[in-house]
Design a protein around this ligand. Structure first.
Ligand code: GLC
Ligand code: CA
Length: 532
């Protein structure tokens, strides 16, 4: 029997940018509630909501100053409860974003910790004497500086590897662990269905705080191999403790930091650590059937027995894939977005969608004055590093503010909003949105697409093909990554589940012409010999 989180299509909401219910230009929880019917008819099963807890918003919610409340910009605790209730009523689960590698420097725990060495919370953070040289070469990613920041009140330095406003917890302290586990229990009791764990693999630092060795890579390494500030073996003990809290009915999803799929694979433990882990390999893969197949194969091969894969193409930290995979024309970009959707929704594993990808939202460069992301501001004019472009407001309709707000939105709405929006695509059977709805419905209807084994099929360059089999049913998926037609040899005849307009409903054995950027899905009783 599959667990719900193996069966589910997940959808990530960046609450600040999804839907604004009160015209202040900032998305909020009531806004999300108002869109639940849309999400239900899109067909998604679970929402991962980026942090909406009280926060000074220096890293837009990834700097939490109270783990048990709701930031007034997003609503109230009652709104959160209403969101859980309304989502559950529609069969949609809610996954919260737990940011516990660090807190905000305005969290009362840190305020107490920095005021005195005698405070019980002092040892909940990581300190070294202010005197003398810095303890090591670790870097503060978003500040592009040393990770050690002075605290004259205690004559010490504290550690921040993201912004200087995100002091890092000392997970070796048992009281800190107890406090965090209490936070988890609190939200689980309120009805949360699990947690996405922000930078989970960074919780524990090297006991001796050794310096990281040199790496030739700027992105994402910042010229360091992160051997000692992240990815320590002791982190697995924490994952096991968290798993004991959630059990298997609620889900733990690791943001295993960095692009190495090995790290993500290791975070499943022996089925006793995190249920799902992000592998960001796809985000670093260019538009190539061969490379995406290799990335998927690498991931499947690395996963320990019984571990359930996750696939994702976009999130709030990376350029959107419709932008990364853009073609020479709008039509080509949309065609590619449909192929990417088919891949994401028919591979074996849980797909994670990012809000707006269902209408192929892109990314636009912002003028300096409109930047909000600390990383983007710090690294300007290297626009590709900033994260504002992938956080632009959801495009609900063709009005100037995209139906996101009645006020002035906190980030500019993309300039293509008049034509690219949910309302327009909902009516258009050929739109990217209609394709997402079709694909999700097919996933629901066919167990082979959810639980079936997957076998890649060898075939001509530029095509990605595989078959999924379960319960006597075989579905063959053929994705033409090229913008020109291709001739393929079909060995398994069957019924067409999805194909371009005008295609016959039956496919016979023999040669067949695939259209440019066509997705062809065949339901076959025969199966193939491993080739196309
Ligand atoms: C994660 C989040 C990112 C945040 C960082 C620090 O990578 O996804 O948005 O800035 O952690 O919390
Ligand atoms: Ca609002």
């Amino acid at each position: 029997m599959m667990r719900w989180w193996q069966d589910a299509v997940f959808y990530q909401i960046y609450p600040r940018s999804f839907a604004d219910s009160n015209g202040d230009g900032i998305g909020d929880l009531k806004g999300i509630i108002g869109k639940l019917d849309y999400l239900a008819s899109l067909g998604v099963d679970a929402l991962w909501i980026s942090p909406f807890f009280p926060s000074p918003q220096k890293d837009f919610g990834y700097d939490v100053s109270d783990y048990q409340g709701v930031d007034p910009a997003y609503g109230t605790l009652d709104d959160a409860k209403a969101l859980f209730g309304e989502a559950h009523r529609r069969g949609i689960r809610i996954v919260l974003d737990l940011v516990v590698n660090h807190s905000s420097d305005e969290h009362p725990w840190f305020k107490a910790a920095r005021a005195s060495k005698e405070a019980p919370e002092h040892d909940w953070y990581i300190w070294r004497p202010l005197e003398g040289t810095k303890p090591n070469n670790w870097v503060c990613l978003f500040e592009q500086s040393s990770a050690w920041f002075p605290n004259p009140a205690t004559g010490e330095r504290y550690l921040c590897t993201f912004t200087p406003f995100q002091p890092e917890f000392n997970w070796r302290n048992p009281e800190l662990r107890k406090a965090i586990y209490g936070v988890m229990g609190y939200w689980l009791d309120l009805g949360a269905d699990g947690f996405r764990l922000d930078v989970a693999t960074a919780y524990i630092k090297d006991e001796g705080l050794r310096s990281n060795p040199f790496s030739p890579n700027l992105i994402p390494d910042l010229f360091q191999k992160h051997l000692y500030d992240r990815n320590r073996p002791e982190v697995h003990g924490i994952f096991r403790e968290m798993r004991a809290i959630t059990g298997d009915d609620r889900v733990l999803i690791g943001e295993t930091h960095g692009f190495a799929p090995e790290l993500a694979a290791a975070s499943y433990g022996e089925g006793d650590e995190l249920h799902l882990n992000f592998n960001f390999d796809f985000m670093a893969t260019t538009w190539s059937a061969r490379k995406l197949r290799e990335a998927a194969e690498r991931w499947y091969a690395l996963l320990p027995t019984g571990a359930w894969p996750v696939f994702t193409l976009s999130n709030h930290d990376q350029s959107r894939h419709a932008f990364r995979y853009r073609g020479r024309t709008g039509a080509e970009t949309e065609g590619r977005a449909k192929i990417a959707a088919a891949l994401l929704l028919t591979l074996r594993g849980s797909p994670f969608l990012y809000y707006g990808e269902e209408i192929a939202m892109g990314c636009e460069r912002l003028p300096r004055a409109r930047l909000r992301d600390p990383l983007g501001i710090r690294t300007w004019p290297l626009g590709f590093l900033g994260r504002d472009p992938e956080r632009s407001p959801m495009q609900w309709d063709g009005s100037a503010t995209g139906g996101f707000t009645t006020g002035e939105s906190w980030l500019p709405v993309n300039s293509d909003v008049a034509t690219r929006n949910v309302a327009a695509q909902w009516r258009d059977p050929d739109s990217v949105l209609s394709r997402y709805r079709e694909l999700i419905a097919l996933r629901r209807a066919h167990p082979a697409l959810r639980e079936g084994e997957l076998r890649f099929l060898d075939g001509p360059e530029g095509l990605l093909a595989y078959e999924r089999c379960a319960g006597g049913e075989t579905i063959i998926v053929v994705l033409n990554f090229a913008s020109r037609a291709r001739i393929v040899d079909i060995k398994a005849p069957g019924r067409v589940l999805l194909g371009e307009d005008g295609r016959d409903t039956l496919v016979h054995a023999g040669t067949l012409e695939l259209g440019p950027l066509e997705t062809l899905m065949i339901l076959s009783s025969a199966g193939t010999d491993g080739r196309l």
